[in-house]
Write a protein that binds this ligand. Structure first.
Ligand code: ADP
Length: 343
């Protein structure tokens, strides 16, 4: 009988300790009587938690207050921020009252879930915001035309040109959004083969030659001809076009841009270096985010959608590569790089 009981206790202890959620039991005086491994880890409580007040162990006043009031109120769950060292976690706590006046609290780390939810909300808000301006131009101008402006050929042409320009902008945004959603869904088909970066870079430079010339810029290529990567040719081309197009857009007229490449162990690293303003250090981590722009006005004026770099990141990662950016130590300009597996 005693053996059976002790075996059952061991099993219960094993179950408790293997639960990923943190479980804490406090008595009627809010002294901790039990914590599982996840809970001691969450609160960084060590082994000597038994008998200590929950105030002392958790050090989160709002959480302690919640436990104090939990038996009176209807609320049995609470979300709060838990700061431990440099990290802040977002925690959801659920409490159940026990017959002896104690309470059992189950705590779950919901930081990642909340972050995803916020990203999704921001994304929808951003898309709506991006679409609103061009749509309002199309609708206002067509209304003005219908109200009589159509009879004034000079004015009508101006209005129609703006309609045309904004319809083009809507197409750009929607195409980028479709690319992104295909990439995120994993349904963007990539056909990997052996690609010579030097050859692709030539074509990229050619395709942007006019744009660079219009801004009096020169594009220099320093890519060894024998480098070979494993990549999807169209995707690789698009990535380099994006980097180079940005360098042309965000660097003052008359500057020079360089495309460099070198072998690094099993990878090939390709860099697009400009001598523009570079990226402010505090936003370096954010430039590959969807809709992130340093200067939204300038980006729109240059025909940007704010989605180019996030598409680049997805494409390169889908080809088993990595992307990044830093500022040049010599001239402070942006150095946008990518690494792809060497063939
Ligand atoms: P956009 O359509 O706005 O160009 P991207 O995703 O391509 O969107 O780039 C995001 C932002 O990163 C740009 O709006 C710009 O502020 C910044 N950026 C990109 N490339 C450069 C660069 N070479 N130099 C300086 N800033 C850049």
């Amino acid at each position: 009988m005693e053996n059976a009981l002790s075996e059952r206790l061991t099993q219960l202890e094993q179950v408790l300790q293997s639960i990923k959620d943190a479980v804490v039991r406090v008595d009627s005086e809010l002294k901790v009587s039990l914590m599982n491994a996840a809970a001691t880890k969450l609160f960084k409580a060590g082994d000597s938690y038994k008998g200590r007040l929950i105030d002392d162990v958790a050090q989160v006043p709002i959480f302690v207050e919640f436990l104090r009031e939990a038996d009176k109120g209807e609320d049995t769950s609470l979300e709060f921020d838990l700061v431990r060292g440099p990290h802040t976690r977002h925690i959801r706590a659920r409490v159940t009252q026990q017959e002896d006046g104690g309470q059992v609290v189950v705590l779950r780390d919901v930081t990642a879930v909340r972050r995803l939810e916020r990203m999704r909300r921001d994304f929808v808000a951003n898309v709506s915001h991006e679409l609103r301006t061009p749509i309002s131009v199309v609708s206002a101008n067509s209304e003005t035309l219908l109200e009589g402006a159509i009879d004034d050929p000079v004015f009508a042409t101006k209005l129609l040109e703006a309609v045309n320009r904004n319809a083009g902008r809507l197409t750009l945004i929607i195409n980028d959004l479709l690319d992104l959603s295909r990439l995120e869904a994993g349904s963007y088909s990539l056909h990997k083969s052996r690609i010579y970066p030097a050859k692709v870079a030539w074509r990229v430079r050619e395709s942007l030659e006019e744009k660079a010339a219009a801004r009096k810029m020169k594009v220099h290529l320093h890519i060894p001809e024998d480098l070979v990567v494993v990549a999807d040719e169209a995707a690789f081309f698009q990535v380099l076009v994006n980097y180079l197009d940005n360098a042309i857009k965000y660097t003052p007229t008359g500057s020079a841009i360089e495309l460099r490449a070198e072998r690094r162990k099993s990878k090939v690293r390709i860099e697009v270096c400009d001598n523009g303003p570079g990226i402010p250090p505090k936003v370096v981590d954010r430039v590959f985010e969807r809709f992130f722009r340093i200067d939204p006005g300038r980006s729109r004026e240059m025909g940007g959608t704010g989605l180019g770099l996030s598409i680049v990141k997805h494409l390169v990662e889908a080809m088993d590569g990595r992307v990044g950016v830093h500022n040049s130590e010599t001239n402070g300009g942006g150095v946008f790089w990518l690494e792809l597996p060497s063939a």
